[in-house]
Design a protein around this ligand. Sequence first.
Ligand SMILES: [Mg+2]
Length: 268
Amino acid sequence: MIVFTDLDGTLLDHDTYGFEAARPALAQLAAHGVPLVPASSKTAAEIMELRKELALDTPAIVENGGGIDWPSGSKMVPRADDHAAIRACLDTLPPDLRVLFHGFGDMDLTEIAALTGLDLEGARRATDRQYSEPGLFRGNEDERAIFIDHLAGAGFHALQGGRFLTVSRGTSKAQHMGQLRNALQERLDRHLSPVVALGDAENDRAMLEAADIAVIVANPAHAPLGPLDGEDEKTVMRTRLPGPQGWNQAVLEILRNHVGAKAQGMQP
Ligand SMILES: [Mg+2]
């Protein structure tokens, strides 16, 4: 088994970012040697601390699927320069269009902290970017469409989230799952061992649809994720409890059904 998990609102509490309630399931995953791969909109620098706390030696999918962050000491890949390319591309826009986008790279840490609710150290980690550039777009809908069009011409993708418009190459969390599954194959017990994914929001949809077992974690802050593509052909669980509580319950249940079954000599 391999587990891909979103962080905010899924493994981490939507408000406190804590994961205490998920500790029992995290301990069980570790005890069974099940690789746990974080897949988040956070940067590698932001995920680093969580990785240390959980003693994770697995890679992480960072910046909303922008790329993979490999743990130091394992398979090293050169640091991507997508972020520098995005910043360079922004500066080739006509000045009256460029000025409408106020990216993290155009802000100081105090401004980012105020916008995101992070402290200054958190804001610094959020600006340590490799694959994407979030920012505020301060134009009207027509100007936004022109902005997005210009970037598309240069091979970049701009996606409006709740607050920020994020410019990236447009890869999703799901696009890295196969590669990571192969990289971690030696640790997986069987070819047929299931791929589990947990998420709470629309930006997790493709990842959930690519998994054998999808867990939609309740998040009272927004409407639940609607039916997944192929929902009838796979196992889809919807938690009643939010965030780490729901995560804990769902993962323990999956472990009981799969790892428990295997321990008794049954097909995993
Ligand atoms: Mg989330």
